[in-house]
Design a protein around this ligand. Structure first.
Ligand code: GLC
Length: 728
């Protein structure tokens, strides 16, 4: 029977660990600090390493049988029988695939995101996974970076709320109940600031920015009890994250009191040689132990060299014990000492109806309605002839997105599947238009145009294949790949109204798309139930509620473009709305703007339309004046002013008007989804405490300063309804 007690990761010593540790040889300790990548290298050697106690963990061990076979070697054939821990990337689903994290973030719904993580955990746990390398809580403002797909977007407050929700979902209250997995907050830290949007690239992040933007989501995961943290590939301010003592020792373990384990990312210790901070793996091992790394993924730098470093007095056994204590603690909390083997489930939960229901609900909530000219959507009843275009409309694999290698494409409901089954009275014809999203072949354009011309409405699904985003999938251009834009233009010329659906792993440049779209839905990569969810929205069975978790740029030249910017000494005066892109105007203003493009994004953070509309009134702030340290209460009345039920994400933004450091012109400090019937009103309340108003000062310490604060409450980061309060 799995341990039913509530899991509490903390500094308290665990009797079993304290009894085991002194009995371990140094070699066995170094074995615990080593994670093998299953299938890499000689399998027989891997088995022997396990039997010699030289491996403490595997990643990607595949099936339950392989896991139990390796586990038997560890538990029954080694001197101390310490169980292995099995890790895998279960990032946005296992068999049931949910929208990519960037899409999940558009839901602004932590509770729903938590349910999805719990479903993923259950499916993974029954397949023999103990530990997922998720949530990824890097903040990024650069859509060129392929891993933007795995993030929760540009905002630390949204990322923190969703990252903590994923940790709760993955780990549950009872980690050892056979339905949950240990989580791993990654990639610590600053990875999302990779220079020029190239993966694995250098990051230079001043400590105030690091502490106010990049670290809070990791802190939220630690506060949620995350069992592990993964150090990042990037060098941060000159020191690679995997050997960065400021990050791992000072911030994570000392300031935050983190008691779980820190694992390096894939071969990151060997990459120190490429970084040029060490010239021999033995030096890398010394750097890693000194910085507070506990486990090495996929390579054996620690196992190969720490023994010698101990003999030479350069590394203390105590520091090794500290690392092994953390590793054994996670194994203990997972119940692996009691039940090291996983039994196959009597009834599998993989792709179960409840899990598919969550996937459909989350995919629905993640789609963002960006345009709906003349209320073209939802589709009117009585539509007789519909043309569906685009390879992504009928591709169950690509709609799953990046990091979905356990997903099953054949289980996907594509957009075409759903439309064909949900509009029986209409003739729904499908034509790909292009063979895939990267094809430059335009030979099918005329035949496709004929199909669209003869239809009452065209539904055109464009965007990126799944492999165009994710790790190492960075793009210098953010246009639709291949000939898709040309296809869209050709179809626009038919005169048939077009509903455009974008499936992508990142923000793309949408101005050219909008020109031909009467309605535009951004569906990210929506996962297994993507087609069903999008059809729920197209038919009006559900109402779009997604909000952008990341700004949509007008041009790559704007990047980084994000809402929480500073005002500068010369804020942009004239907005060059409508200037043809790239045509420089005569220099007239000496302000922070471009000669050839307006500075605002095409769609701002937090933006998303509905089939109804919401109004805001009666914004109240109490008390309007209060001593520092007080809590400020905010309330607003939200009303559904349209003709149908809908869900609004009420957003609260705050600006510290004058402070000793420049402060963002707006920062998200609260959000709440409210579902309202037509005509219904609801009062929504927020509270601001000192931690919401704190920032890192010139002395690098957190501080709240007296002075006036302005707040806005509304539908997106351009919310107009405003009030203010003062701290004295
Ligand atoms: C990859 C990724 C990391 C992942 C790990 C194991 O390189 O950077 O996010 O968890 O290796 O697959």
């Amino acid at each position: 029977m799995h341990d039913a007690s509530i899991t509490r990761l903390g500094p308290e010593p665990i009797a079993l660990v304290e009894e085991l540790l002194p009995r371990m040889t140094l070699r066995e300790k170094l074995g615990q600090m080593t994670q093998h990548a299953y299938g890499v290298g000689d399998l027989e050697q891997a088995h022997r390493s396990v039997e010699q106690g030289d491996v403490g963990s595997f990643l990607n061990a595949g099936t339950l049988e392989i896991r139990n076979q390796l586990q038997r070697l560890a538990v029954e054939h080694t001197r101390l029988g310490i169980p292995l821990i099995f890790g895998r990337d279960v990032v946005h689903g296992f068999k049931t695939v949910f929208p990519i994290p960037l899409g999940q973030a558009a839901s602004f719904d932590p509770a729903l995101v938590e349910r999805a993580a719990a479903a993923a955990a259950h499916e993974a746990a029954e397949a023999g996974v103990d530990w997922t390398f998720a949530p990824m809580v890097d903040v990024t403002r650069d859509p060129r970076w392929g891993r933007v797909a795995e993030t929760c977007g540009e905002d630390p407050v949204l990322t923190a709320a969703l990252g903590a929700a994923m940790v709760r979902g993955f780990q549950g209250q009872h980690l050892a109940d056979g339905k949950h997995v240990a989580a791993c907050a990654k990639h610590f830290a600053g990875y999302g600031a990779s220079e020029s949007g190239k993966d694995y690239n250098t990051t230079w992040i001043p400590e105030p920015l690091l502490r106010d933007v990049h670290l809070p989501p990791f802190k939220a995961c630690v506060d949620a009890g995350v069992m592990s943290v993964m150090s990042a590939f990037n060098d941060l301010n000159g020191v690679p994250a995997s050997v960065n003592a400021f990050l791992l020792q000072r911030v994570l373990k000392q300031e935050w009191g983190f008691s779980g384990l820190v694992v390096s990312d894939w071969a990151a210790l060997m990459e120190l040689l490429e970084h040029g901070v060490t010239e021999h793996p033995k030096q890398s091992a010394l750097e890693a132990v000194r910085a507070g790394l506990d486990m090495e993924m996929a390579t054996t730098t620690l196992r190969d060299h720490v023994g010698a470093l101990v003999d030479e007095g350069l590394v203390s056994v105590a520091s090794i014990d500290a690392a092994v204590r953390r590793i054994l603690g996670v194994k203990y909390h997972l119940g692996l000492f009691d039940e090291p083997y996983r039994k196959p489930p009597t009834v599998s939960v993989a792709l179960s109806a409840p899990h598919r229901a969550v996937a459909r609900e989350l995919a629905r909530a993640s789609v963002v309605l960006l345009k709906n000219h003349d209320g073209l959507l939802p589709l009117r009843r009585g539509l007789r002839k519909l043309a569906v275009v685009g390879p992504l409309a009928a591709d169950g694999a690509n709609q799953l997105g990046c990091w979905a290698f356990d997903g099953e494409a054949e289980a996907s409901i594509t957009l075409m599947d759903a439309l064909a089954s949900r509009l029986p009275e209409a003739e729904v014809s499908y034509v790909p238009g292009v063979s895939d999203t990267r094809s430059l072949d335009t030979s099918a354009f005329e035949s496709t145009a004929r199909v669209v011309a003869s239809a009452e409405l065209g539904i055109v699904c464009v965007g990126e294949d799944a492999l165009l985003s994710g790790e190492a999938k960075c793009r210098a251009f953010l246009d639709l790949p291949g000939a898709q834009q040309a296809l869209l233009e050709r179809l626009g010329a038919t005169g048939t109204p077009l509903v455009v659906i974008v499936m992508a792993g990142r923000p793309l440049l949408l101005e050219p798309v909008c020109q031909h779209a009467q309605a535009l839905l951004y569906a990210w990569h929506p996962g297994t139930l993507g087609g069903e969810a999008i059809t729920d929205l197209l038919t009006g069975a559900a109402c779009p509620s997604g909000k952008l978790p990341i700004s949509m740029p007008r041009a790559v030249g704007q990047i980084p473009v994000y809402y929480a910017r500073r005002n500068t000494g010369r804020p942009p005066k004239a907005d060059r709305t409508g200037v043809p892109k790239g045509t420089p105007l005569d220099p007239v203003d000496f302000d922070s703007s471009y000669l050839d493009l307006e500075v605002s994004p095409l769609f701002p953070f937090g933006f998303g339309l509905s089939y109804t509309n919401f109004g805001y009134a009666e914004l109240r702030v109490t008390p309007p004046r209060a001593p520092i340290g007080s809590r400020i209460s905010i309330s607003v009345v939200v009303g559904n002013r349209g003709a149908r039920r809908g869900t609004e994400t009420v957003q609260l933004y705050v600006r510290d008007l004058v402070a000793s450091m420049t402060r963002p012109i707006r920062e998200l400090k609260g959000f709440r989804r409210v579902e309202l019937d037509a005509g219904e009103q609801q009062t929504v309340s927020f509270e601001l405490g000192p931690s919401d108003l704190a920032f890192t000062g010139r002395d690098l310490e957190p501080r709240v300063e007296p002075g006036r604060f302005q707040i806005w409450v509304g539908s997106d980061s351009n919310a107009a309804l405003s009030a203010s309060f003062e701290l004295v």
